[in-house]
Structures are given as C-alpha cells and as structure tokens.
Design a protein around this ligand. Structure first.
Ligand SMILES: Nc1ncnc2c1ncn2[C@@H]1O[C@H](COP(=O)(O)OP(=O)(O)O)[C@@H](O)[C@H]1O
Ligand SMILES: [Mg+2]
Length: 363
C-alpha cells in the first residue's frame, strides 16, 4: 500500500522503516522537504494548513495517518474525505487540548490531578487558590518536551508564570509528587483488537524524556495493572485505530494520568529491538487494516535519548548490545536527534549497558 504520513520527523521516518519490509511505501506531508523522513519516502513540501499541498499529498494514497497530532481540524476532515485515515478526528481533537484530555480521562474513570482552565492572570490567581501550590501552568495547546509550561511554587509566582507562558489559554494543574513516571503504549486495530506493550518507566529532565526502561521496575503490580487497563480503555473509548500512548505519574494514591499522544511515542522506541513487533510496525498494520503482531517483550529493554547532538558516535556503536538510531537531524540544543536502544537477556545486563551508554551520552 502507499501510506501517507502527516509529518516527516523521526516518528514518520521510523514508521516507514517498519512498514517498508511489509511491502508498503510512504509519502510524507511536511513543511521541510529535507525532513528526517525524506530518507525513506517522498515528501510533499507544505504546511499542514495548505489545502493545495494536502490535495497533492492525498492523491493516490491507499491510507493516511499522522506522526504529529497538532494538525488543524479542517486538515483532518479534508484528508478523511479524500482517503481512509487513521486515527480519527476524535483521537486528535482530545489530544490537542489539555482540558479536553483530562476531562476525557476522568470520563473513562481514570484518576487525574486537580486542574482548571485559565484564560487570564486574574483567573490564574483564583485557580491557584483552589488547585493549590505547587502547581504547573501549561498552554492548552501545542506544548511538547516541557515547552509552554511554568511551575508555580506559591501564589507569588502568578504574574511571572502567566508571562512565561505568553498569556494564552492554559490549564493549571496540581503538581503531582510522584515516585516515578510510566507510560503505556497501546495499539488498536479496526476490528477492535487492542494490545499493550510492557509498561515503560520514564525519566524526564527539563521536560524532555531522557531514558526509558521496560518493563517498568519501580511500579507495583496493582499500579501497573491500573495503567495498562487505563490505556486500553482510552483506546477503546476513542475508537482509536493505530498506536497511542498514555503518560502517568505513579503517586502514593495510585496512577494519575497526565497526558496522551494519539500516535507512536518516544517512550515506545525501545520496542524496535525490545518487542516481537515494534510500535511502528503495529501502527502500520493497524492503519493498513492488517492483523496486529505480538507485543511481547524480547527481554528487559531500555532507551537513552540523544538530545542536542549525537555524541561520540563511534563509542556508542562500540557498546555491545547497543543499537544506535540517528534521525539525521541538524544538531540544536534541546532537540531530539537520535536514541540508543538496548535489550538484554536479563535486567542486570540491560542496566550495565544503559550505564555505559549514559556515560557516553553524559548530561
Ligand atoms: N502536574 C505535574 N506534576 C509533576 N510533574 C509534572 C506535571 N506536569 C508535568 N510534569 C513534568 O514535566 C514533564 C512534561 O510534561 P507533560 O505534561 O508530559 O508535557 P509535554 O510532554 O507535552 O511537554 C512530565 O513528564 C513531568 O516530568
Ligand atoms: Mg509528556
């Protein structure tokens, strides 16, 4: 099949790298003709709100999907009218708006932190009184890698926080004192077959994911079951087709759902070598309406993100068991330019590999 992917970043690139062995070919819609996915398919260069580019992109596609969720609703509707598209508009709309997302989780019976919508400094001050401090102010839309966020330690931080996010509509959330962060990657096929991969335990610094291990180690069996069940419920309630990820805080009171992504996710990159079928391959299978592959673990797995630039490439390649994934991006501070995966027969070997990799990566 000819698969169209809206967005040509590293996620699109890895979707194609998984789909090509199955006999599919790929076309991307991206503003940058030299985007990371250009190495693995053709690129229609254009903005996500450019109707002419969208028509050229959709022409002759068998199916279309997204590697990027912040696509205007009009683009999604137009694309759906031209070609079978997955996931659907609902999955994207819920994930694009942090308030809708939290309300959706709550409606699914999934625990969320206290939150309120705020659209002025006065509203922020009032919400701060109800939600309490510390709290996190986040732009409703378009946030990623911790961008568009400010932490309020006390009500005195209201003016500075409001300025820091640029005075746009926001959500104020209670700060969650978590023991660890986990995510669950789920996939759902058109026929309703839904599967999850092993729980991912994630470490963020500066709002950016640094490392993942799977299965998660610091989460009890009950919390783990709760997280896996919640992600599956989200996929089912959305009628989602394809991969989605739900991020959780593991707190003393149980798991708290933080946000979701209606697409393949950075915390699932370990599945390339660490699972029988990767998140990327199962996403392609779901979108192309083919049977899903096993999500079973091959062994304790890990991933270290490369942020800013690819350091000491030869050293990384020399680590036994390490698998380098270089996205072919220009170096830039804070930018995800690659990751290194490892998968071992036992967790101690995996941990030793991760230590060596992180020693090379630094930071
Ligand atoms: N309410 C919160 N309480 C504690 N930590 C938070 C909270 N919100 C965000 N964080 C921290 O910031 C990271 C990024 O925030 P997130 O909401 O996932 O936004 P995004 O990934 O879209 O930038 C989280 O993974 C977590 O480490
Ligand atoms: Mg996040």
């Amino acid at each position: 099949m000819l698969v169209g992917v809206v967005g040509g970043g590293q996620l699109g690139r890895m979707i194609a790298l998984a789909g090509i062995p199955l006999g599919h070919s790929f076309r991307f819609l991206d503003p940058d003709p030299r985007c990371p996915a250009a190495a693995v398919g053709s690129v229609v260069a254009g903005g996500f709100d450019d109707p002419a580019a969208l028509e050229r992109f959709a022409e002759g596609l068998d199916v279309a999907t997204f590697e990027f969720e912040n696509v205007p609703a009009a683009t999604v509707e137009r694309l759906q009218s031209l070609v079978p598209t997955a996931p659907g508009a609902r999955s994207l709309a819920v994930a694009q708006d942090r308030i809708r997302e939290k309300e959706f989780f709550r409606d699914c019976g999934i625990r969320v932190q206290a939150f309120e919508a705020v659209s002025s400094e006065t509203e922020l001050a009032a919400a701060c009184g109800r939600v309490g401090t510390p709290a996190v102010l986040k732009t409703l839309r378009l946030g990623y890698d911790g961008k568009g966020q400010a932490v309020l330690r006390s009500a005195r931080d209201v003016p500075a926080a409001w300025r820091a996010v640029g005075g746009v509509p926001c959500i104020l959330e209670a700060f969650v004192e978590f023991g660890c962060e986990v995510s669950v990657i789920a996939v759902r096929a058109r026929d309703g077959d839904a599967r999850t991969w092993a729980t991912c335990q994630n470490v963020h610094r500066g709002g950016i994911l640094r490392r993942t291990v799977a299965p998660a180690v610091d989460v009890g069996a009950d919390a783990e079951r709760e997280a896996l069940d919640a992600a599956r419920r989200v996929a089912e309630a959305l009628g989602h087709v394809g991969v989605l990820a739900v991020e959780f805080f593991v707190s003393a009171g149980g798991v708290v759902a933080n946000e979701m992504a209606p697409r393949v996710h950075n915390s699932g990159h370990w599945t390339i070598e660490g699972a029988v079928t990767s998140q990327f391959e199962n996403h392609v299978r779901a979108v192309c309406d083919e049977p899903l592959g096993s999500t079973d673990l091959r062994g304790p797995s890990g991933m270290v993100n490369l942020i800013g630039s690819v350091p000491r490439r030869a050293d990384l390649l020399a680590v036994p068991g390490a698998r380098l994934h270089d996205y072919g991006k220009e170096p830039r501070p804070g930018r995800k330019v690659g990751h290194v995966n490892c998968c071992a027969a036992d967790a101690r070997v995996r941990d030793a590999q991760m230590r060596v990799i992180e020693g090379i990566v630094g930071g």
